[in-house]
Design a protein around this ligand. Structure first.
Ligand SMILES: [Mg+2]
Length: 345
């Protein structure tokens, strides 16, 4: 009997196809189930490997995504996964499927973005593959990095009473996407009506949100700062699917619960004002929006003073016993955190 993928969702699908994967080599330290795979390298270091596939029409819309930005983003989202293992990226490979609608110049523009990210993050483009596709574009990037053996951080190391931290701010990338989608719909309406008025999208005051959506950065600066301050997180993940979903991953794999405080979640003013325009709660954008590519990590509570000395890191809650579940405290009320995840199917 055939099960529809939409019936079980992405996470369950991954669980099903990877549950009986056998490991045949001692050099495989960590297989499926974290931000990157961990492989034996030498006495001092492990190699980290991660890969992502972006598909036109699912992950990006080329009507409002400049190709240069897309190239930059497809690299940084992979570097973010290396950062989430407490590692440093060194190489990438890029594989591309393209239909005949793309010109040579368009692909060069995409690679300009890829090369810019390589320069910004000191990473080498070392290979890949190109092929044709029936419609649209698919890009897959694999990033390779390294981490000192004693420094590697998994999702499963959070302990009761550890403090929960996030870098940067949350929800802005999602609000950026909402703006782009709104203007895209207006543009489509006008096209349908055969309007002669030229369409000018209204992006006034939305620069920051658009930048967060179109050109995210990987927080390797946070990895460096943690190291400088002698902090090794107990668990870590990058925020690609939204805070709520990532907390579920950490808690599930660590066998814990958690409690986060709504007023502690870092959200910038632009998210508040734009969320109001769309009639959605800014916290919803932060909890379920995704694509912020910030780091979510837990630290031993004895490291609190050290972490408070680092810019752009916020303590938002605490790890609790598993039995207590995952909770958000908002105005003194306890709300159960639901994992939404990425609904691409
Ligand atoms: Mg990740």
């Amino acid at each position: 009997m055939a099960t529809k993928i939409s019936e079980i969702g992405e996470f369950k699908l991954i669980e099903r196809i990877t549950s009986n994967v056998k490991i045949y080599n001692n050099s495989t330290i960590k297989g499926v189930g974290d931000d990157a795979a961990v492989v034996e390298r030498d006495n001092e270091y492990y190699t980290l490997i991660t890969t992502d596939l972006l598909v036109e029409g699912i992950h990006f819309n080329l009507v409002y995504t400049p190709l240069k930005h897309l190239g930059y983003k497809v690299v940084t989202v992979n570097l973010s996964d290396i950062a989430a293992m407490n590692g440093i990226p060194e190489q990438i490979t890029v594989s591309l499927a393209i239909s005949s609608k793309f010109s040579v110049e368009a692909i060069e523009e995409l690679y300009e973005g890829i090369k810019l990210a390589c320069q910004r993050y000191n990473v080498d483009l070392v290979g890949g593959d190109t092929t044709s596709s029936i419609t649209g574009m698919m890009i897959s990037v694999t990033a390779i990095g390294k981490v000192k053996k004693e420094d590697v951080v998994y999702r499963n190391g959070a302990k009761v009473n550890d403090l929960i931290c996030v870098s940067g701010n949350l929800g802005a990338a999602y609000m950026g996407l909402k703006i782009l989608e709104r203007e895209y719909l207006l543009f489509q309406e006008l096209t349908k009506e055969n309007s002669t008025t030229p369409f000018t999208p209204d992006f006034m005051g939305k620069d920051y949100l658009l930048k967060r959506q179109l050109k995210p950065e990987a927080r390797l600066d946070i990895i460096r700062a943690l190291k400088e301050h002698n902090i090794k997180p107990t668990a870590m993940i990058d925020i690609s699917d939204g805070l709520s979903s990532e907390l579920h991953h950490i808690c599930k794999q660590s066998g814990t619960g958690c409690k986060i405080y709504q007023h502690k979640i870092p959200i910038v003013d632009e998210v508040y004002t734009t969320a109001e325009e769309f009639n959605i709660a800014p916290e919803t954008a932060a909890l379920n929006g995704g694509e912020d590519y910030e780091l979510l990590f837990t630290i031993n509570n004895t490291d609190l003073d050290k972490v408070l000395n680092i810019d752009d890191i916020f303590v938002i809650g605490i790890i609790t016993e598993k039995e207590e579940g995952l909770n958000l405290i908002a105005n003194n009320t306890k709300i159960e955190l639901k994992a939404q995840g990425w609904i691409a199917f």
